[in-house]
Design a protein around this ligand. Structure first.
Ligand code: GLC
Length: 419
């Protein structure tokens, strides 16, 4: 069967009615925030109305304070830890209590601009107010002192769970009791492709701390023992600000557009200040102690997505990307392959993830580098041709890693192949 057809079948098979699970195996039996948004890009290739439903379902889970949780538990979640019974979060008790990168506005704009169907456009327009509330929440809850950079309070919020970028900040978190016996992920994917035991104990200890504080947005920023203004998270947010601004302007909400323009301005200056002249790279900051995190993770390349002129101002950023690419067979590794922390098979410590490739491709095109964008697009398609729709891939040999028949890999394949 043709790969495109296989990708469509995976998305249909992982459809649970209104939302798509990341994979059917049981590894992730719920709706994940940024997975759903990115999956909508793939759904739009063959079923536009269904793509809109994916985002509508996600925003039905939005909390009264504006946060869109990183997981919505709609059905049987017994094969996952920590499931709804552990989180005990939100008004219905059926979600996690943290968020994930805010890509929704970027995807909604994309769907809005590609559709000529007035019904689709009307439904997307109805989502714009909710998007605005979620961006407002993000700044109020995670940048209460107005620095222009928002902080994440859990590595899971970055979407790049075990990146070496979090190592130091996470080491400062008490491990709490061991949860090795409660983990279910390692029953679905190889141990050495997943986060380690000490990491997991700390992930869960953070969850317990947030639960004990009632997940109150006004409390968590202060009490979280993990707090990082991640460059990747902020770059994705900044791009989403631009897309939200454009949507608000398109639907004639001038006040909303002005409000978002102010967010954009603050964050644009703040991201520019994350440039590390000596290392020639963008880094985030540990906002608990003010330390710059000098770990070259792929988030440091994401200002490409947010700023169409970043390569003109910081041409060394592309030299870094080039040097990463010369060390691997398939780009782009999630961490600098020249560093000792690089592990080509362990989750976010080195493997290639197609969703991030898509962000880089988009950013490189906006930065006037279609040649480099094309190289990454070709690598992405080649990975699927070689290893099908794996969760992530080994950048050295292209081997499939993690779960299989992954929704967002299928979606990115459809989106990139159609490009
Ligand atoms: C893992 C990934 C995260 C993703 C989730 C579901 O936790 O790190 O980015 O959203 O799985 O696929």
């Amino acid at each position: 069967m043709e790969l495109k057809q296989q990708a469509i079948e995976i998305l249909r098979h992982n459809d649970r009615g209104g939302y798509t699970v990341p994979t059917a195996s049981g590894l992730y039996p719920a709706q994940w925030n940024w997975d759903s948004c990115l999956v909508a890009l793939g759904l739009a290739q063959f079923d536009e109305p269904r793509a809109v439903v994916e985002i509508e379902t996600l925003f039905r889970g939005q909390w009264p304070d504006g946060m869109v949780p990183h997981i919505l538990f709609h059905g049987d979640d017994s094969s996952y830890f920590p499931n709804a019974a552990v989180w005990q979060a939100g008004p219905t008790g059926r979600s996690s209590g943290i968020t994930q990168p805010l890509v929704a506005a970027t995807v909604v704009r994309h769907l809005f601009e590609r559709s000529s169907d007035p019904m689709i456009r009307a439904r997307l327009t109805a989502l714009v107010a909710k998007l605005l509330v979620s961006h407002r929440w993000c700044y109020a809850a995670r940048d209460p002192y107005g620095t222009g950079l928002v902080s994440i309070i859990h590595p899971w919020e970055s979407g790049m769970d075990n990146s070496p970028v979090w190592d130091d900040a996470l080491a400062a978190v008490e491990p709490g009791p061991s949860v090795a016996h409660l983990r279910k992920d390692t029953g679905f994917a190889a141990n050495e492709h997943r986060p380690t035991g000490p990491e997991y104990n700390r992930y869960i200890n953070l969850v317990i701390k947030f639960r004990d504080n009632g997940y109150r947005a006004d409390r968590l920023y202060e009490i979280s023992p993990f707090r990082v203004a991640d460059i990747g998270f902020n770059a994705i947010l900044q791009r989403a600000n631009q897309d939200l601004h454009s949507l608000l302007a398109a639907i004639g909400d001038a006040a909303g557009a002005e409000e978002v323009a102010a967010m954009e301005e603050r964050t644009s200056d703040a991201i520019a200040r994350c440039w590390h002249e000596e290392d020639g790279f963008f880094y985030g900051v540990d906002t608990r102690n003010g330390a710059v995190i000098r770990k070259p993770g792929i988030g440091g390349l994401l200002p490409l997505l947010a700023d169409p002129e970043v390569t003109a101002r910081q041409p060394r950023l592309l030299q870094r990307l080039d040097s990463w690419l010369t060390r691997v067979t398939y780009g782009v590794p999630s961490f600098d392959p020249g560093r000792p922390e690089f592990e080509p098979q362990r989750y976010w410590r080195g493997p290639v993830w197609l969703i991030v490739n898509w962000m880089l491709i988009d950013g490189l095109r906006r930065n006037g580098r279609p040649d480099l964008a094309e190289r990454i697009r070709r690598d992405s398609l080649a990975l699927v041709e070689r290893s099908r729709f794996a969760e992530y891939f080994d950048p050295l040999n292209g081997a499939p890693l993690g779960g299989s028949k992954f929704s967002w890999t299928a979606a990115m394949y459809l989106h990139l192949a159609a490009d």
